[in-house]
Write a new protein. Structure first.
Length: 145
């Protein structure tokens, strides 16, 4: 799963700042893997990363590599980009429901950014945009183009 390569000098958008709780997620993205956490007791996955299971901090959690597959749950097409995003407009800001259950906010790429192309319920797969040598961003594209 290869993404578009840019250099730090070229990348003008805000970048995430990994924390101890999110470092494994960002390390996975750098390797081209979508890493999630789940309860060791129930197997229920969750996102975003945190050091405890939501709703029951007594449950032990573990990291795993997700399939990277999901469904487009919701989106909005942004035509008025903030600084740094001008070259991307229009672009979809989306919520993808992963096959493992959690929902992620992301962008849909590699397709027209129109309501005709962005069908709710369409199958999507993760791809990674290399922003810097340390940060690759998970984005999603339609399965099968």
């Amino acid at each position: 799963m290869k993404g578009q390569e840019t250099t730090l000098a070229e990348y003008r958008k805000p970048l995430p700042k990994p924390t101890p709780e999110t470092q494994e997620f960002w390390d996975g993205c750098k390797r081209g893997e979508l890493r999630l956490q789940r309860s060791k007791q129930t197997g229920k996955a969750y996102f975003p990363p945190r050091p405890f299971f939501p709703g029951d901090p007594e449950q032990e959690v573990e990291w795993f590599t997700a399939s990277g597959n999901g469904t487009l749950h919701s989106y909005v097409i942004n035509h008025r980009p903030p600084p740094g995003f001008e070259d991307d407009a229009p672009y979809a800001i989306a919520v993808v429901e992963l096959d493992e259950g959690p929902r992620m906010m992301t962008n849909i790429v590699e397709c027209e950014q129109t309501p005709e192309a962005l069908k709710l319920g369409m199958k999507v797969e993760v791809t990674f945009e290399k922003a810097t040598d340390e940060i690759s961003l998970p984005k999603f594209r339609p399965v099968g183009g």
